[in-house]
Design a binder for this molecule. Structure first.
Ligand SMILES: [Zn+2]
Length: 214
């Protein structure tokens, strides 16, 4: 099964992709991981990505598509895969369609206010990297890591103005993909404002239906 997962930052799509991927035995392919692997392995594409990221620039579509295409040619994707974070734009989706047939696109719906509450409550330990949440998983003592006693901080990405900015970028670039895939009869909506367990149950139903259809 060849799947694409769409969702705003904070919708939880990465976590759900990782959990369901292990469950059904499909690799979760995120562009972040693809970039990091290519850089680490020092491939020709990787060296180009490295140069661009070091300058703090965005990796152009053409290069991202080339990396994805190369990755989808490897043996572990023979039974399918979950694309997490790609395509991000209509041109990327069109490029993907030119060399892959997708079976389904899952859209994790999550309102802006839920995203803001989830992400802005996140706290990270400066020493050991443990992740907390002021509402859902608070540390025993405010601002202090339970595990190692380190100081908890807010990542720049999780500050409210930065979250709002990420949401604006998502809405401008990626949301058009919802209509694009809906128009092709591929889109399945999941309510991602529920608990992870409930979203997972809904996702399992969608995948079952897709497997029958395939
Ligand atoms: Zn810690």
């Amino acid at each position: 099964m060849r799947l694409i997962f769409l969702g705003a930052p904070g919708a939880g799509k990465g976590t759900l992709a990782s959990t369901i991927g292990k469950e059904i035995g499909l690799p979760q392919l995120s562009t972040g991981d693809l970039f990091r692997d290519a850089v680490k392995n020092g491939t020709e594409l990787g060296l180009r990505v490295k140069g661009i990221m070091e300058k703090g620039e965005l990796v152009p579509d053409e290069l991202t598509v080339a990396l994805v295409r190369e990755r989808l040619g490897r043996a572990d994707t023979a039974q399918g895969y979950i694309l997490d974070g790609f395509p991000r734009t209509i041109p990327q989706a069109e490029a993907l369609a030119s060399f892959q047939r997708i079976d389904g696109v899952v859209n994790f719906q999550c309102g802006d206010e839920v995203v803001v509450r989830r992400l802005s409550g996140r706290r990270i330990c400066r020493s050991c990297g443990a992740i907390y949440h002021v509402e859902n998983m608070p540390p025993r003592r405010e601002g202090i890591c339970d595990r190692c006693g380190g100081e908890l901080y807010i990542r720049d990405d999780d500050r409210i103005d930065s979250i709002r900015n990420r949401l604006r970028v998502y809405q401008a670039q990626t949301e058009p993909l919802i209509g694009y895939y809906r128009g092709r009869g591929l889109l399945h909506d999941i309510d991602a404002e529920q608990t992870v367990e409930k979203s997972l149950a809904q996702l399992r139903k969608v995948l079952k239906k897709l497997r029958k259809a395939g």
